[in-house]
Design a protein around this ligand. Structure first.
Ligand code: 3H9
Length: 688
């Protein structure tokens, strides 16, 4: 009946098949024929039961996100679910793959849900700055209870079919031909006879909800929202499901959805959804990728160990190399401990831990890297050391093996140039802890072969990383922009702000922590060493390091960490040090507002991003946003620095930077031409 919705008959059971690749999103061209099919089947007396199933790799993965922000074309999802729910004969959703968002809401409009054993069900709208707007917040609690629904909706994390079955969301779980099982299920139910109760009327248990316990859980979740509106709206809407009659709760859900979908936060999060997928696309298509069966990692320290875990977690056997047995045992011991922590937290089973540990082969002999298809070095950040490692690799690595460096700053062209196979050399800049942090900057050197690049981009996805391809420059995208932020944070201290005040301005903005807390956590000695290597200074941070105050690891940094605590406590000694250094420079302290803190630290960062874009170090503005959100904690609700620049108004940013540049002559405020053009055209894209 349509390219996107077909109806098959199996005796007296009708099977509606949605076929809208790649993820069966509920685009208008699906909704229209779907509604028509449901109305026809409802009125067809030869049909005893209706199954809704999907072609391809998944059940409906949600509304079509590209339609948000445009006028809604009818029928909308709510109208379809209402029609479905009013059908008197049994309706069954047959779920395989992922039933997400509007997909699960469609399934909630059915009387019954059956699922493939590997299926997952969830309402991830919160991750797009939304709440489920097709009745999900009102219907899900009717099946699984308000508290369980709250957890599923506010986290946005899908649950497995078995868990959904235990919770009452799914009526049966099947292995094998799901549609055939669903048809049999429908026929049997129809034979037994109705009436069949729609989910909207299944509210007996809901009335028993302990509202005080619900509110306590909701309050906990609200604390973690860090200024995001969607989680709060989700919780409110689930509460409405308990306290209001069905139709009133549904109307309230709709009103919240309409407000959220138009919000900057949701626009920002939707931008990031597409930006992450776009970042993994390379201009050259159809490249035959190299085979990666085993990965070698050189260096079993914090970084090397984390990288090795990231690959082992992704299912790859890893050869971990160290210079001596002691260092190797220490590294393997840390990996073992890290997995044990996951087991104790319940995020990994003992069995899975054993399987992951079985992936590791330790060695102190470079010759053992001969069977690796990708070798990542994570040794000391020093050009001479790196070149020596690559020299040794050349002697043992098989032809065509990809040789990667995890350098954070060094010139990868120089490293590649020191080998006879620069086409196989690239950068894999992991972020610490490498087994946890999502971001992977993949650094393309001048001579990196396209197939080597395509291979690691694909590999990154396989090990669950968000990959962004960047070019060679000091610090690549993330650390180079971070440097622009860092110099202004220090200047603000000298002018009268305190570390606490600056960090507070950052957390109020939505960051998980401010620059000084982050510096203390990462170790101030890292930046110190790096500055010294480049002949740069940061008067306060350098002095702290000279005093042996490296941050949390020494119990003192910009803050005090008493008795091994991780809670930063302001230190009067640091305050006095800042005052001394300021008066040495003749700077009189003044009151500094949170607004000035944010502008002075983040506008230069945006400016640096514009330069990076101009130089072609990043291919797209949205790639830079992906780096900052996934690697540095830039608030998702602001969409990344370059998206946020659009919200702030690029003209305002240019004007402020210009003003500061005139006043201080500081280079960090010099405006990049691309930023100026963005101010005029409103777009980061080059003119066609
Ligand atoms: C919602 O439902 C609101 C309702 O409550 C209320 C309505 C009134 N729309 O991720 P992949 C594209 S909100 C449009 O690489 P995977 C994606 O951009 C929605 N496009 O595949 C990509 O395009 P391209 C709630 C979508 O196998 C291609 O499909 N649902 C949508 O790694 C492949 O995607 C969600 O938030 C969409 N809904 O992962 C689920 N989804 O090839 C969002 C995907 O051009 N989707 N695309 O780059 C996902 O989480 C993953 O795509 C999924 C598959 C897990 C399904």
């Amino acid at each position: 009946m349509s390219d996107f919705v077909k109806v098959n008959r199996d005796g007296d059971v009708a099977v509606v098949i949605i076929d809208n690749p790649p993820v069966n999103a509920l685009s208008f061209h699906v909704r229209e024929p779907l509604m028509q099919a449901l109305v026809e089947l409802r009125d067809d007396s030869s049909v005893a039961a209706i199954v809704i199933a999907c072609a391809g790799r998944t059940f409906v993965a949600g509304a079509d996100i590209t339609e948000f922000g445009k006028p809604v074309q009818q029928p909308d999802l709510r109208a379809i679910v209402a029609t479905l729910e009013a059908i008197a004969k049994p309706t069954i959703a047959a779920i395989h793959g992922t039933a997400l968002g509007g997909g699960l809401e469609l399934a909630l409009g059915c009387h019954f849900r059956v699922a493939d054993a590997d299926a997952k069900l969830g309402l991830p709208e919160v991750k797009l700055g939304l709440l489920p707007g097709g009745g999900g917040t009102v219907r899900l609690p009717r099946l699984v209870g308000a508290v369980k629904a709250l957890g599923v909706i506010v986290s946005g994390v899908p649950i497995a079919a078995t868990e959904a079955h235990a919770a009452g969301l799914v009526d049966a779980v099947f292995e094998g031909d799901l549609t055939a099982h669903a048809v049999n299920f429908g026929r049997e139910i129809a034979r037994k006879g109705g009436p069949f109760t729609p989910v909207r009327d299944r509210d007996d248990d809901l009335r028993q909800t302990d509202l005080a316990a619900f509110d306590a859980t909701a309050a906990d979740l609200a604390k973690k929202a860090r200024g995001l509106e969607a989680p709060i709206a989700c919780a409110l809407s689930v509460r409405n499901a308990v306290t209001l009659p069905f139709d009133a709760a549904l109307a309230a859900e709709r009103a919240l959805f309409v407000k959220l979908v138009a919000s900057d936060q949701s626009r920002a999060q939707r931008h990031l959804f597409f930006a992450e997928r776009e970042a993994a696309k390379l201009p050259a298509k159809d490249i035959v990728k190299r085979r990666i069966s085993r990965v070698g990692v050189i260096g079993a320290g914090t970084m090397g160990g984390g990288i090795a875990m990231a690959f082992a977690n992704g299912g790859y056997p890893v050869t971990l190399l160290e210079t001596n047995r002691e260092a190797l045992q220490r590294g393997l011991g840390t990996i073992d401990k890290n997995y044990a922590v996951s087991v104790s937290r319940g995020s990994l089973t003992e069995d899975a831990k054993r399987q992951r540990l079985a992936q590791f082969k330790g060695s102190t002999d470079y010759a053992d890297l001969a069977d690796c298809d990708l070798i990542v070095e994570a040794v000391f950040e020093d050009m001479a050391v790196k070149k020596e490692v690559f020299g040794r690799l050349e002697a043992v690595a098989r032809p065509g093996a990809i040789l990667a460096t995890n350098t954070s700053y060094l010139d990868i062209n120089e490293i590649a140039g020191s080998t006879s196979r620069p086409q196989d050399v690239l950068g894999l800049h992991f972020f610490s802890p490498a087994n946890v942090m999502k971001l992977l900057e993949i650094v393309r050197a001048d001579k990196t072969a396209p197939d080597a690049l395509a291979t690691v981009v694909d590999l990154a996805r396989r090990i669950g990383k968000v990959a962004v391809v960047v070019g060679v420059c000091h610090g690549f995208v993330g650390n180079r922009m971070l440097a622009a932020r860092g110099s202004e944070s220090e200047a603000l201290l000298l002018e009268g702000a305190t570390p606490r005040q600056i960090d507070q301005a950052f957390t109020d903005f939505g960051w998980p922590m401010g620059p000084f807390q982050m510096g203390d956590l990462a170790g101030l000695d890292i930046g110190w060493r790096n500055r010294k290597a480049r002949g740069q200074t940061a008067v306060i941070a350098d002095t702290l390091c000279e005093q042996g105050r490296f941050g949390q690891k020494t119990g003192k940094g910009f803050y005090l960490y008493e008795n091994g605590s991780r809670t930063p406590v302001p230190d009067p000694e640091v305050k006095a040090l800042i005052r001394d250094k300021a008066s040495e420079k003749g700077i009189a302290p003044r009151a500094i507002s949170a607004e000035e803190i944010i502008e002075r630290t983040l506008y230069p960062l945006i400016n640096e991003g514009a330069k990076i874009l101009e130089e072609g170090i990043a291919a797209r503005a949205s790639d830079i946003d992906v780096v900052w959100v996934n690697g540095y904690g830039f608030p998702v609700g602001k969409g990344g620095p370059l998206f946020w620049a659009g919200l702030e108004g690029a003209a305002r940013i240019v004007e402020r930077l210009d003003h500061w540049h005139q006043r201080t002559g500081k280079d960090v405020f010099r405006v990049a031409p691309l930023l100026e053009r963005m101010a005029e055209t409103g777009s980061w894209e080059a003119e066609a």
